[in-house]
Design a binder for this molecule. Sequence first.
Ligand code: IMP
Length: 427
Amino acid sequence: MPALVLLGAQWGDEGKGKATDLLGGSVDYVVRYQGGNNAGHTVVVGDQKYALHLLPSGILSPTCVPVIGNGVVVDPSVLLSELSGLNERGVDTSKLLISGNAHIITPYNVTVDKVTERFLGKRKIGTTGRGIGPTYADKINRVGIRVQDLYDESILTQKVEASLGAKNQMLTKLYNRRAIATEQVVEELLGYAEKLAPYVADTVLVLNQALEENKVVLFEGGQGTLLDIDHGTYPFVTSSNPTAGGACTGSGVGPTKISRVIGILKAYTTRVGAGPFPTELFDEDGAALRRIGGERGVTTGRDRRCGWFDAVIARYATRVNGLTDFFLTKLDVLTGWEQIPVCVAYEIDGKRVEELPYSQTDFHHAKPIYETLPGWSEDITKAKSFADLPKNAQNYVKALEEMSGAPISAIGVGPGRDETIEINSFL
Ligand code: IMP
């Protein structure tokens, strides 16, 4: 059976939680492969709304094993409070597996995230302040702390000491902060060890064995394609690889096992944090998209920047991820506009450009070239099939599909679990 990847095709917050949940019943494992508690998924089950940050959304499906892969960065205190919050609401979390190779977000990584952002001033990235970047930096610098280190006090102490050496110099001399004591960090981390122990596993082995047994494994990307450290709008990106390749490195499952890569695509565009955004709207339309779409960050509570659909970005997402399908979300938010502009290309320094420029300078100069499509005013939230959609909504979807380079196989027409039109099955 297949391994599928679900990932954000834009700047994140496309509504992945809903898509994962839709598949939940037929999926055996849901795996997060990168990022940490910078992510935010809202999943609606019945009349209950769940905001998940670190846990895979499969945690809400009783038949599914949720997995935190080696590519994820884990803040143990956030993880434990997210688990106990779910337990209090009657959700069974006992099946969760956490890779022993996943890196730990230590308290000093969070401190470094905050002080470096402050130091960058107006050049700041607008991070979520959760310690994500500094933890991945420690991983790449080979001074990171992994989940397995919690079970060897001597190794843990040596590693924390090594990692803190340079950071304390930086904190005290550059940022005028107090030094952080090794013992204090070690004590806090050891305090999590026992509570996390039942979940820690060799997830590479588990997942590969599951695939050999024909189980369905779903990889759930956090953030989105344009926030990818390699393929996104660097430096205004997150510090991991949400793109499809990240599913392999972040889980230990080879690319030959992946049969489907589904890009979640919002019917318009949003972005949180700083960085270029060609179709961003600063007018009443932008405010209306934010209001109607409820575009406020699940993790940070920040208002999302909003703009029209950008087909250049969608085509780019198809290319860098090898997308086989799109899941178009939040189509209902566009109900009521008489005309809906869609960006089909950019004008960069007087030239028409069809594809995303690799040059940061060019992208900062990109001005959207719009085509305007007729809107619809009928309520579409009860539509069960493509044919139930008003003609203009059908045409909007068809136009997006044509411009974006992969079939739109599902459409979200409302936040609820059943407010989805399935066109082609993902399984
Ligand atoms: P970091 O991931 O906290 O380092 O933040 C880096 C950039 O990614 C900032 O612009 C954040 O706003 C953005 N970001 C991180 N996680 C998400 C997400 O789940 N959705 C949307 N933007 C995100």
